[in-house]
Design a protein around this ligand. Structure first.
Ligand code: IPE
Ligand code: IPE
Ligand code: MG
Length: 260
């Protein structure tokens, strides 16, 4: 017997999702902190501190304009490969941010979630993460998700594994999106409408591999510490110009708009 546990959110490959003028869900790769600092003859880590400032501004702006979900890539499963001092600094910054920023997020009605393999973090960080998530669990404003020690492949593998545990007698023919997606880290959210990567690189770097199937991909040369609400608005303007076809023809898209 298969336990059917359909995710609360539509899949872009199963159904054509509703499209709004403002993206409901934005996923950002915050890249370019190191280069921002190097350009100023500062140590790379100064760019990470400055990047946290941008996070504050963008979280506020997203809340103000009615974005429902904001997902930020803060530390990838591959970022452990960086020099020990930089990783150490990022861990300290993560802990300080958890200790200093969460009460403000809570006051602003933000619900904070962390995705990624938390088991590799220091126990104190894990404890602060759990506290922050439970403190803000009741909030109904912006859903802010921070991806830390996150990798898209890790996410898919842990989901397959959890799916098999939940359905031990699953036969190969029964495998389906409906059975798998409730186990993905982002199962609480609709798929991202808009993906933004700052810092000029045009790649996904193992971020949300499953969920980006039909996301609009926006790349800007701005370095993350230089990204600001005006730059976010520019990405929204670009987003509004996209025709999201989800496999259909342009004529079909226009006909379905008219029906509304
Ligand atoms: C992104 O900025 C932040 C993290 C990956 C933690 P980078 O540190 O990758 O900055 P660049 O790409 O080296 O400029
Ligand atoms: C992606 O940036 C990860 C984060 C922003 C957290 P990277 O700087 O690590 O990506 P690559 O190595 O250039 O692909
Ligand atoms: Mg980088």
């Amino acid at each position: 017997m298969v336990t059917k546990n359909i995710s609360a959110h539509a899949s872009s490959t199963q159904d054509v999702p509703e499209v709004a003028q403002i993206p409901r869900h934005i996923a950002i790769i915050m890249d370019g902190n190191g280069r921002w600092a190097t350009k100023r003859f500062l140590p790379r880590v100064a760019g990470h501190s400055q990047g946290l400032d941008t996070v504050r501004k963008i979280v506020k702006e997203c809340g103000d304009v009615g974005v429902e979900y904001l997902t930020l890539f803060a530390f990838s499963s591959e970022n452990w490969r960086r020099p020990e001092e930089e990783v150490g600094f990022l861990m300290k910054l993560f802990l300080t941010a958890l200790e200093k920023e969460v009460s403000r997020l809570d006051r602003n009605n933000v619900r904070l979630r962390l995705i990624g393999d938390m088991s590799r973090f220091d126990p104190l960080i894990q404890e602060r993460v759990a506290q922050a998530e439970s403190l803000t669990a009741k909030n109904t404003g912006l859903n802010l998700t921070i991806a830390a020690n996150y990798g898209g492949r890790w996410d898919m593998l842990q989901a397959f594994s959890a799916c098999l545990k939940a359905n031990p007698h699953l036969s190969p023919e029964e495998v389906s999106e409906d059975l798998l997606t409730p186990h993905l880290s982002m199962s609480f959210a609709p798929e991202p409408d808009l993906f933004i990567r700052t810092g000029g690189e045009q790649r996904i770097s193992n971020f949300l591999l499953w969920q980006l199937a039909y996301t609009e991909l926006y790349f800007t040369d701005l370095l993350w510490p230089d990204f600001d609400p005006a730059a976010l608005q520019a990405s929204f303007d670009w987003y509004r110009q996209r025709e999201r076809r989800f496999g259909r023809t342009s004529a079909q898209v226009m006909a379905s708009e008219k029906e509304k």
